[in-house]
Design a protein around this ligand. Structure first.
Ligand code: S3P
Length: 166
């Protein structure tokens, strides 16, 4: 199947790159946006310490997405090797691209995220550190984002697409 998933920490540009993909004629979906449509209050679960419930909802959205027709999927920052949906993602043979950025460079783009508000910047940095190896294990490709514009990053993603599918 010809499709790629975008993973990475909050602020790494997953949703913006899915927009880029749409503008370039690809069919792109954004699981956070779909979660909001399905359950507008879903992100409050995270603020209320109900992460497990949020992940269950996220897993059901991901499950639906994996059965649908798309070229690119942008996932939330919690999607990695240890996510409850991982097995299904793996078995769907969706190839994941990790948008890798340093915490310092992503800072400023994620302060409004519920888990950041809950844990504070130090707690969020610990989460960032803990997730690096989980993204790495999950990803088939790594694209570095530090110091690069979205269009430069998009060009590299298009190259990955072409190397796999054209
Ligand atoms: C989350 C990241 C968010 C969103 C939710 C949980 C996380 O997506 O899915 O708030 O666990 O890191 P972004 O990566 O778009 O911020």
């Amino acid at each position: 199947m010809r499709r790629l998933g975008l993973i990475g920490f909050s602020g790494s540009g997953k949703s913006s790159l899915a927009d880029f993909a749409s503008k370039n004629g690809f069919k792109a979906v954004d699981t956070d946006a779909l979660i909001k449509v399905k359950s507008p209050e879903a992100f409050r679960l995270l603020e209320n310490g109900m992460e497990e419930e949020f992940r269950t909802l996220e897993t059901s959205v991901i499950s639906g997405v994996l059965k649908s027709d798309f070229d690119f999927a942008a996932f939330g920052g919690g999607v990695h090797y240890a996510h409850p949906a991982w097995k299904e993602i793996y078995e769907s043979s969706l190839k994941l691209v990790w948008l890798r950025g340093s915490f310092g460079n992503l800072a400023g783009r994620f302060e409004d995220r519920p888990l950041c508000r809950m844990s504070g910047i130090e707690g969020y940095e610990k989460l960032f550190m803990a997730r690096q190896e989980l993204y790495e294990k999950a990803a088939a490709f790594v694209v570095d984002t530090d110091g690069r514009s979205l269009s430069e990053i998009w060009s590299e993603i298009e190259e990955i697409w072409s190397s796999l599918f054209r």
